[in-house]
Design a protein around this ligand. Structure first.
Ligand code: FES
Length: 585
């Protein structure tokens, strides 16, 4: 027996590291290690290489996921960083999820990806892990999985796509996708032009170029302290992005050596910082669902009412579409997160630890001085005076609902109207463009059964299209309400995440066409204007059948998925111990 396979001596660390971790169960650990090394040597490794700290690199490259189209280059750069720091890089695949290639919806698969990520981190030997993600659900899935796995972890964002141009106008996915599609539906542009625009909206690989969910989660990951400083904003195809990747690899080795585990980063302070940033960037409404799920993995509950109070003192400072006018590449040139965090300093927990082993405050100070730019506004000159997301309450949503007020129409935020109800997505598709649809611009469109269990997977169908008969008359917005989500790139006066959802018998299930509904964003109210007795009578008269399935992942999903206020995670994946409520009171 060589030294390599000797049993541990007394002065060896209590916890195995490197290739000795997570040994396969053969009933003889010496043999397990012997066999493992024999097989990996089949790939040409030396004992010297195999004795180094092992850094796992999660490869989510996929031909189906152009948002991760730079994964091969990123992996190469991470490996370079790992090896420069004396580690052994080991890349491995997990599920990859791209928004427009996921049926029924990417959210249906987020928890599956988190399980895959968690279990592959647990199953394979690694002292730290680099999580390469970018498209909307991938970063939350990876942070959820890594939070549960518990080892040192660092997030590497794939980076945003470049912008294109159409007839002199700068365009980028996907706010402009929706805007041009709306113009096409309204017959303002023809088929030839919409085909030309289609070539320009996504000008390179990378994630959506506005402050959609992907960019939101990138900013949140950096605010949580889970990326190297400046890791959120470099576009996918830039040298800055590759340098971030190399630094990420180097930092992962340092984290492995110091055993800087994820629970030391994902603290209550870090989550509060992330919530502040979500509000200040005018971030995607999906961000709150994902943040709730990640926090749940660490044993924290998110208090939506307290988040709303936080929003009243956290203005939107980042001028990016859909709340503003710029794109992610502009945010990067404006200094990225350092510029924003510097403006927000009085609101942040500066002592929160980051993956560098330094605090967020130390990283902000190290980022250098501010400079003139027009993408991140000064704190006293915001683009919107409150946080981007407001939390609504009322008899229509006893568990809460949200609205992205910074991307809503100011004229419609105090509005009472007649409900025009669609029972589900199929009903909507069948009738929304009908000339017979009885609808006016003052009505309120209500879409049921697109919540976590309803669709299933809570699809981004909450961005209900303007009925064609109104769109062709120039109507650009109308109040819309659903138990679903909407893309972070979308805009309009749209109430989302109505909880409990219709499919489990929430009040939304009992709304009828012709009912009156009141929305008051200033009062944080969403009310169905019928009596409690009438609502109870309707619930009794038409009870809902909660959907289920016979087998497979769909059965697991239906049986265990939680509501929006719990992050739409599976109930059994949440941490077993509750640590507290965020934001802390
Ligand atoms: Fe992947 Fe927008 S579709 S980030």
């Amino acid at each position: 027996m060589t030294d390599t396979f000797k049993k541990k001596s007394d002065d060896e660390p209590a916890q195995p590291s490197g290739l000795r971790k997570s040994l396969t169960s053969y009933g003889d650990n010496g043999f397990s290690l012997f066999l493992r090394k024999a097989f990996i040597k089949g790939a040409g490794y030396t004992d010297s290489a195999l004795d180094r700290p092992v850094i796992g690199i999660v490869d989510t490259g996929s031909a189906y996921n152009p948002c991760h189209g730079n994964a091969p280059q990123l992996i190469e750069a991470v490996k370079r960083g790992v090896m420069l720091a004396g580690g052994l890089p080991m890349d491995f695949p997990t599920i990859s999820i791209a928004e427009s290639f996921s049926q029924p919806t990417s959210m249906y698969l987020r928890n599956l990806m988190s399980i895959d990520t968690e279990e592959m981190i647990r199953a394979q030997p690694m002292d730290a892990v680099v999580l390469i993600g970018g498209c909307d659900k991938t970063v939350p899935a990876q942070l959820m999985g890594a939070a549960s796995a518990g080892i040192p972890a660092i997030q590497l964002i794939t980076g945003s796509m470049l912008t294109g141009a159409h007839r002199g106008e700068r365009v980028g996915a996907c706010t402009d996708c929706r805007r041009y599609w709306g113009r096409f539906r309204a017959e303002e542009i023809d088929e030839a032009e919409i085909a030309v625009v289609n070539n320009q909206l996504v000008a390179s690989v990378g994630t959506c170029s506005v402050m959609g969910t992907a960019s939101t989660m990138a900013c949140i990951a950096e605010a949580l302290g889970m990326t190297v400083p400046g890791g959120a904003s470099p576009p996918a195809v830039t040298s800055d992005r590759m340098r971030v990747a190399e630094l990420t690899g180097t930092q992962a080795v340092q984290m492995a050596r110091e055993n800087l585990t994820i629970d030391r980063i994902l603290t209550a302070q870090a989550f509060e910082n992330a919530m502040r940033v979500l509000l200040a960037i005018g971030g995607s409404t999906n961000g709150i669902v994902h943040l709730t799920a990640i926090a749940g993995r660490m044993g924290y509950d998110i208090d939506l009412q307290a988040l709303d109070r936080m929003g009243r003192e956290t203005p939107v400072l980042v001028d990016l579409k859909p709340s503003g006018s710029h794109y992610m590449e502009d945010f990067h040139k404006a200094g990225g997160m350092a510029t924003l965090l510097r403006e927000m300093k009085p609101l942040l927990n500066l002592n929160a630890l980051t993956v560098t082993g330094r605090t967020l405050g130390e990283e902000i100070d190290a980022a250098g001085p501010a400079f003139a730019q027009n993408v991140v506004r000064p704190f006293d000159k915001p683009i919107y005076p409150q946080g981007g997301i407001a939390v609504l309450d009322g008899n229509l949503a006893p568990g809460g609902a949200i609205i992205k007020q910074s991307a809503a129409n100011a004229k419609l935020m105090e509005h009472e109207g007649r409900a025009v109800v669609f029972e589900n997505g199929a009903d909507l598709a069948a009738r929304i463009d009908s000339d017979d649809l009885d609808v006016t611009p003052d009505d309120i469109l209500v879409l049921k059964n697109i919540g976590p269990k309803g669709a299933p997977g809570m699809p981004e169908a909450g961005y209900i299209p303007i009925p064609r008969k109104l769109a062709v008359k120039g109507v650009k917005d109308i109040v819309r309400i659903s138990d679903g989500r909407m893309s972070g790139t979308a805009f309009g006066t749209i109430v989302l995440h109505v909880t409990p959802e219709a499919a489990v018998g929430g009040p939304l299930a009992h709304v009828r066409t012709g009912d009156r509904i009141r929305l008051s964003v200033s009062k944080r109210e969403i009310s169905l204007l019928i009596s409690d007795e009438e609502l109870a009578a309707r619930a009794k008269g038409s009870p809902v059948t909660i959907p289920t399935a016979d087998r497979g992942y769909r059965k697991l999903f239906y049986d265990t998925v939680t509501q929006a206020d719990k992050g739409v995670d599976f109930d059994f994946l949440r941490a077993t111990q509750t640590r507290g409520v965020i934001p802390r009171r």
